[in-house]
Design a protein around this ligand. Structure first.
Ligand SMILES: [Zn+2]
Length: 178
């Protein structure tokens, strides 16, 4: 996996200033404001998902009795009520099931990168499991590194991993055919 990007040199004050003066152009790909993006807050059930992501692995909680994957993580299988579970490794391939292209008003760190995208990915091995993420040009690319005009329902994607400035590694998505 690619190395984490260096710590940003711009403080959050810079971001707030950009809101009161002028926003950078939408084509600005600098990830300087990434420190102000919202971070995942792992809970006990979901912690393994993030631990595996930090190792560059996409894994989905799966029932050890009926073998059905489930998401979001939770203690009990909704299909057979078993509490036995393991974390099944996925290939990291899937398709865009849906997407949105956010525009301001947004939180400042997001407004600075809008319009960008948020996609829902249907996993190849577990089509009923759909993960929310961002389609990017490279694993460490900015949220707006893919032209929104390129978004297509059904487009094949593959997972990549990006470590945020706070240290949390998140799955992101790249087009199979860039
Ligand atoms: Zn089950």
């Amino acid at each position: 996996m690619s190395a984490p990007e260096p710590a940003p040199t711009h403080s959050s004050v810079t971001v707030r200033d950009s809101m009161t003066t002028s926003l950078p152009p939408a084509t600005d790909n600098r990830p300087d404001t990434a420190a102000d993006l919202l971070l995942p807050v792992p809970d006990d059930d979901g912690a393994p998902f993030w631990d595996y992501a930090a190792r560059g692995e996409l894994r989905v909680q799966t029932c050890s009795d009926c073998d059905e994957p489930r998401f979001p993580p939770r203690p009990c299988c909704p299909h057979c009520q078993s509490f036995a579970a393991h974390w099944q490794r996925m290939s990291g391939r899937g398709r865009i099931w849906s997407y949105v292209v956010p525009h301001p008003p947004l939180l400042p760190a997001y407004a600075a990168q809008a319009p960008y995208n948020a996609i829902i990915v249907e996993l190849a091995e577990a089509p009923r499991i759909r993960l929310v993420g961002n389609l990017v040009a490279t694993p460490d690319g900015a949220l707006n590194s893919v032209d929104p005009a390129r978004l297509r329902i059904g487009a094949p994607v593959k997972v990549a991993f990006h470590t945020l400035p706070g240290g949390v590694t998140v799955p992101r998505w790249l087009l199979e055919r860039p």
